[in-house]
Every structure is written in structure tokens, then in C-alpha cells.
Design a protein around this ligand. Sequence first.
Ligand code: 2P0
Length: 335
Amino acid sequence: MSTAVAHPNIALIKYWGKRDDDLILPATGSLSLTLDVFPTTTTVTLDPHADADRVVFDGAPAEPRAAARITTFLDLVRAQAGVTTRAHVDTRNSVPTGAGLASSASGFAALAVAAADAYGLDLDEQALSRLARRGSGSACRSVIAGTAIWHAGTDDATSYAEPVAGPALGMVIAVVDAGAKAVSSREAMIRTRDTSPYADAWVRSTADDLEAVRRAFARQDFTAIGELTESNALRMHAAIMACRPPIRYLAPRSVALFDEAARLRAAGLAAYATADAGPNVVFVCRDADVEAVHGALAERFEGDRLVAAHAGPGAHLIDGAHLIDGAHVIDEVRS
Ligand code: 2P0
């Protein structure tokens, strides 16, 4: 039995589009912060007597499609290990699933680390990142602690995430809606590539943004990092909104929160907004400013659920005693 914990990550420079749908090779590299909130805890137990995998999400059997995606992933691990033994997978999520809060990132990062251990693979961080990528692209970044860059690469061996040094960052998440989104990221990325007239421009400009943000990280230039973050998110949403049939993840409330970031900056608090494939808005700031940004937002947006987050650990194994603690933490977040 092997248990791992992983946390979601939020991209500053976004991954949106694949060059290879099967290997999950992205059209561009991306850069993110792994958080210290909303952990996913996953236990993988091998069962030599079972003839199928058994997958449980938050105490209930997984939907057939979700379970099939886990089995496809475990097949990769089994192929690497040279065995066919089936497994029991038990996952506990504290992030609202499918709400654009990166549950597939923490989910497949935790599964990669737990399954590699359960099947006896001895993988380093880079190999674990590559493995997690096969489950869900953004999961390769949740293997890494804190700020991570995912190199797009050109094949399976060269597409992985690794740590990137820069200023200490924090985030404040404004949960606008925790319900499941209408169109999955996977489907929406394909529709963007196939129907958005801005898809090529998105890929070209994101490659440029990534280079610019790398230079900003190297010189510890938070202002440039923030400006590139907010602009890259808006460009991603512009490309998505131009799909046919259209997809719009941002709600009126989300747009108002982007304006709120501008208001905070005008008041002297350096915060920049970003949003993934959903209506929730994440404020990016210096780590030392997290409480101030949280406080300033809480004054004006009582109804929004605000979650302060700092840099978190990469996906890692835990022992049984920690699992009890983990479950306890998860219950607290839920209540
Ligand atoms: C990101 N997102 O960089 C971007 C921004 C959502 C918006 O990565 O198809 O769930 O499993 O590789 O990783 C969501 O995409 O997609 C995502 P798959 P994934 O965080």
C-alpha cells in the first residue's frame, strides 16, 4: 500500500493546447505555483486476486469514465513495471472537482507518485513529472514544489516540469462558483485549436510570454511577472471565447474581480489576476503580501469565498499516520 499527497498548481503562463493528444505534449511550455491548500490524498493498493482496478473517489465508486482514465494511467505504470496486477485506488480531494481549481493536476500527481511506489518503480522527480503528465498535462507541475516550469519538449523524454528560482509568490483564490464546469479543459483545448482564429496567435505569444517571464524570474522582477501573468490569462480566455460553438469560462463576477486587481494596484498593493478554465479568479502577489491582499478583498467581497495560499510541497509519499492527519485536514476544509 502506498499513499501520496499532492496539491493543485495555478499557472502564471498557461498551458492551453496540445501538440500530441496521446502523449500529452503541450503546444507551449508553462509556468506555475504549486499551492499549500486543497490537497489530494491517494492510496494505491495492489490486489493480486482482482481482475479489474477498483477506483473510489471521496468514499464512493468513481464514474465509469473517470475510472477508465485511472486504469489507462495505471496501464502505463504496469507496462513500465512489467506486471499486470490490478489495484485499488482510493482518492480524497479537498478541491471542488471540475471547477477550474486544478483537481486533475493534484489528482494525477498524487496518483503518479503513489502508483510508481506501489508498483516498485524507482523514479526520480523528472521521471515522476513525465509520468504524471500522461494522466493530465498540468499534473506534471504539481510533482514540483513551489514555482515550476514545464518544458514543452519535443517527445515524451523532454516534456517535464522542474523547479524555477525567483521571488517568493503567494496567491489568494476567490471561489466564484465551485460547481463543475460545462466544458472540460481537454475538450475546450481541442475546440480552441480547431475553431478559434486566435489559436495560432495564442501559441506564438505564449512562447514569447514564457521567455519573458523566465527573464523576469531570473531578475526577481515581480511587477513584470504580474503583468505577464494577467495578460497571458486574458489572452487565453480571448482565444477560448473565439471558439465555435463559443466557450466562456469567465462569469460577470470574474471580470469584476480582474477590475478589483487593478483597484488594489492603484491603492498601492501589487496584485494581479488570473483565471483557469472556470469562473474562479486567483490573485497573484508577493508572498509577504498574501494576508494584506486577502484582507483588502475580504473587506469588499464578503460573499466570495477567499482562500489564502502560499507555495506548497511537490507530490510526495506519506505514511499511514499522516493519512489520518490528511483526512482530518480535508474534513476541515470541507466544513
Ligand atoms: C493551466 N489549464 O496551465 C491551464 C490553464 C486550465 C487553464 O492545464 O487535457 O486538466 O488533462 O492535459 O491539465 C487544465 O488542463 O488538461 C490546465 P489535460 P489539464 O493550468
